[in-house]
Design a protein around this ligand. Structure first.
Ligand code: CMP
Length: 133
């Protein structure tokens, strides 16, 4: 099934100059990049994007971090793109992520974990519409 998902290269990975390596991996994995742009989220935009986490203890810190600098958002398309991209990213915590995954390679902590990906078809639709129309 051909699906679409939203990927974000987070501010930590942009700052560390990992954009090129991550986009190379996206292409090597066979995803079609259907949209791409650099954004600098406001605190309010980060809160809206992560509204499902608003009751979590890390929400404040996460939205501060996500609005702390530029990020790159990508609309990816491919066979089972949501699951495929989550496999390429690896576990949320870089220390738990499998060797070779993006979070293991480029992540620093559970919060500063280099990349984001939609976790389900409904979230993918919300997240894609958030950045692309
Ligand atoms: P992401 O895939 O962007 O989706 C939600 C984000 O919340 C997640 O990646 C992490 O960056 C962050 N997150 C999840 N759990 C924690 C946690 N326990 N502490 C701090 N940040 C977290």
């Amino acid at each position: 099934m051909i699906e679409r998902t939203l990927a974000i290269i987070k501010p930590d990975a942009v700052k560390k100059r990992f954009i090129g390596r991550i986009i190379q991996r996206i292409e090597d994995e066979g995803f079609e990049i259907k949209g791409m742009k650099m954004v600098h989220l406001t605190k309010e935009e980060a809160e809206a994007f992560y509204h499902v986490h608003k009751d979590k203890p890390f929400y404040e810190s996460l939205t501060d971090f996500m609005s702390s600098g530029p990020a790159v958002v990508l609309l990816l398309e491919g066979e089972n793109a949501i699951k495929h991209w989550r496999e390429v990213m690896g576990a949320t915590d870089p220390a738990q992520a499998k060797p070779g995954t993006l979070r293991r390679l480029y992540g620093f902590s559970v919060e500063r974990n280099a990349v984001h990906g939609s976790d389900a078809p409904e979230t993918a639709e919300y997240e894609i519409n958030f950045f692309f129309n």
